[in-house]
Design a binder for this molecule. Structure first.
Ligand code: FMN
Length: 374
């Protein structure tokens, strides 16, 4: 066989990739190439504690900055997108929740308010002033209308995916789709629906668990058990999330097959984050070493630093209304306690490893996170 024909043969093989090689080759398409970024770091979208400033800083540093939209009105989202586009020409991620909106259950709602009544009395809050609902937006066509002006290069989803027609609409812009999986089954489900990369969210992660195929928390496993199992189960790139706080953790996740890391908690003390004063104090102290999964703040399991409300009526409560209905009754308690300087009723979201939290600019932290990786 001539040299030319043997090289032609190998070219043909690359184009008609054997099925058993496909996963490996796809994963070799690094997350950097896939998302157009320099560093294999995604700043985790964190609703309620950050906006465009953190996203811009991380994207400008070469990672992928993220804008969480779950708590933004459509107007606020438009303004934040404009601020990012004015602040960086680099890729960024826009993040949404995809929960199904529950029907309010009046009996559960009143049981919940009764359980909280002693706290309203203690803080002198008039129960009739408690708002009936506090919204957490689920991705919708109205959201997509706003997004269609900027057509961001990356969109990520938490709690599953939006309905197919909505997903196709986002994909039609050429946008890469990322989504969180907390189990191998969820990762396979996401891959079957065509996501471009999977965020493997281990049990250590701060904030809401992305769990969506089940409500059984015993299915949830730690990052370093989850990542290699998902890497084996799917062909698309896998990004590790949960408990990663420094360059050694990023390198370890990549040694297990991750294409990169999504990091949240470590960014919470950066000046660009909007983390509240009580949250910052908790993160910077010994309290941050004790976190737990709790549903008392929103109705959905999420990891937070253990505080008074979690200790006294949780951390998991059987009467907390379904996500996001539980939020409304907590809001006045939180506001009143925070005004007195305590985080007793605040969701102090944090992962199990707050040791990487530093009061340094997000760009500096992003570069530190890849010190030993690149
Ligand atoms: C304060 C906070 C808020 C979060 N909010 C969101 C969110 O809005 N959307 C989302 O997809 N993930 C959210 N997460 C989860 C992150 O995407 C990610 O899984 C987690 O931060 C990784 O673990 P780590 O915090 O230990 O780094 C949040 C995490 C934290 C700490």
């Amino acid at each position: 066989m001539s040299r030319a024909s043997s090289s032609g043969e190998s070219t043909r093989q690359e184009h008609g990739v054997r099925p058993e090689w496909k996963g490996k080759l796809l994963r070799m398409t690094s997350i950097r190439d896939l998302l157009g970024i320099e560093l294999p770091i995604i700043q985790a979208p964190m609703a309620g504690v950050q906006g465009s400033a953190l996203a811009v800083a991380v994207s400008e540093a070469g990672g992928l900055g993220s804008l969480p939209c779950a708590m933004l009105s459509l107007d606020a989202m438009r303004a934040e997108l404009d601020a990012i586009i004015a602040g960086t020409a680099r890729p960024f991620n826009v993040n949404f929740f995809c929960h199904s909106v529950p029907v309010p259950d009046l009996e559960r709602e009143s049981a919940w308010r009764n359980a909280l009544r002693p706290y309203y009395d203690e803080l002198g809050i008039d129960v009739s002033s408690v708002p009936p609902v506090a919204a957490r937006a689920s991705f919708s066509h109205e959201t997509a209308d706003v997004l269609s002006d900027s057509k961001p290069s990356v969109v990520s989803f938490h709690f599953g995916l939006p309905p197919d027609d909505l997903l196709q609409r986002v994909r039609s812009w050429g946008t890469k789709i990322l989504a969180s999986a907390t189990t191998v089954d969820e990762a396979r489900w996401l891959e079957a629906r065509g996501v471009d990369a999977i965020i493997a969210q281990g049990l250590e992660a701060g904030g809401h668990r992305g769990i969506f195929l089940s409500e059984d928390l015993t299915t949830q496993v730690g990052t370093f058990a989850l990542v290699p199992q998902i890497v084996r189960a799917v062909r698309v790139p896998v990004v590790a999330a949960g408990g990663i706080a420094a360059a050694a953790g990023v390198a370890a996740a990549m040694a297990l097959g991750a294409a990169g890391a999504q990091i949240g908690t470590a960014y919470l003390l950066c000046p660009e984050a909007t983390t509240s004063a009580v949250h910052r104090t908790a993160l910077a102290g010994d309290a941050a070493r004790h976190t737990a999964l709790t549903n008392v703040f929103t109705g959905r399991p999420a990891r937070a630093i253990v505080n008074r409300l979690m200790r006294e009526i949780g951390p998991i409560s059987g009467i907390a209304p379904q996500f996001p209905l539980a939020i409304a009754a907590i809001l006045p308690l939180r506001a009143s306690a925070e005004a007195q300087g305590t985080g007793d009723f605040s969701p102090l979201w944090a992962g199990q490893n707050a040791s990487g939290c530093k009061e340094i600019p997000a760009a500096e932290l992003t570069r530190e996170l890849v010190d030993t990786v690149t």
